[in-house]
Design a protein around this ligand. Structure first.
Ligand code: ADP
Length: 246
């Protein structure tokens, strides 16, 4: 579903990603972990070109692009890529002056030019899925953080993406609200959604991930199944990263 080759990203002369190779298969969940500042968010944002890679290649479904040497993607190509992926942000990013329903319908109506009735029916179906159908007419500020993030997930799903990208979706939440969001994510994973998740929630990673990737200083330090990473880490730096979490 996603193929990343020798991907690099620099901000000015600060080299943040230093040659990343990754493959994410359809219906699989990849969890990206690693110390703060290792480039996890930047890597995720490169996958839908919220950040423009400086070198390397990216394929998402039938979208393919090589970066560097003056290759600048066309706006049309960026939009076509973004339609394949839904992004869930740490800070929810809901429109405060729109209702929950309007927030979810925005993408399908404005970007995909779907009919109102069709978009509304789908939005209500998604709200039901995340357990918030009764909040359709509420405004974001009337919801808890956990509820807002569940709306964020419904909104990301509304454009029927081929892959969902999660950027630390629970790190802004009070601890007691984390579980409801992870529960929704787990359900989506069980239904076969392809997902890439940057998170510090190791229990979620061990239960839901097919592959775990440990980033360190802009490189992949180690990758494998949860059992490989948590129970049989090969690298000393993996062991020391994991030991600091306990
Ligand atoms: P992580 O998600 O692992 O904490 P990030 O991808 O957020 O790491 O950041 C990696 C590095 O890139 C950090 O040193 C950060 O300061 C830098 N960085 C991220 N975004 C930008 C930006 N827009 N401009 C300049 N530097 C950035």
């Amino acid at each position: 579903m996603i193929e990343i080759k020798q991907l690099e990203k620099a901000f000015g002369d600060h080299q943040v990603l230093k040659g990343i190779d990754l493959n994410i298969e359809k219906s699989k969940v990849m969890v990206i972990i690693g110390p703060s500042g290792s480039g996890k968010t930047t890597l995720l944002r490169c996958m839908n070109l919220l950040e423009m890679p400086t070198k390397g290649a990216l394929r998402v479904g039938d979208f393919q692009m090589t970066f560097g040497e003056g290759n600048v993607p066309k706006q049309k190509d960026i939009l076509s890529l973004r339609r394949k992926s839904g992004m869930v942000f740490q800070s929810y990013n809901l429109f405060p002056h729109k209702t929950v329903l309007q927030n979810i319908m925005e993408g399908p109506v404005i970007v995909q030019r779907k009919k109102q009735e069709e978009a509304e029916a789908r939005a209500l179906q998604l709200l039901d899925k995340v357990g918030l159908k009764e909040k359709a007419q509420a405004y974001p500020e009337q919801l808890s953080g956990g509820q807002q993030q569940r709306v964020g997930i419904a909104r990301a799903m509304a454009v029927n993406p081929e892959v969902l990208l999660f950027d630390e979706p629970t790190s802004a939440l009070d601890p007691e609200l984390v579980g409801e969001v992870l529960g929704v994510m787990k359900e989506l994973a069980l239904e076969g959604m392809t997902m890439v998740v940057v998170t510090h929630e190791m229990k979620f990673a061990s239960e839901v991930a097919d592959q775990i990737v440990l980033l360190d200083q802009g490189k992949i330090l180690e990758q494998g199944s949860p059992d490989d990473i948590f129970n049989h880490p090969k690298e000393e730096r993996t062991k020391s990263f994991l030991s600091r979490l306990i």
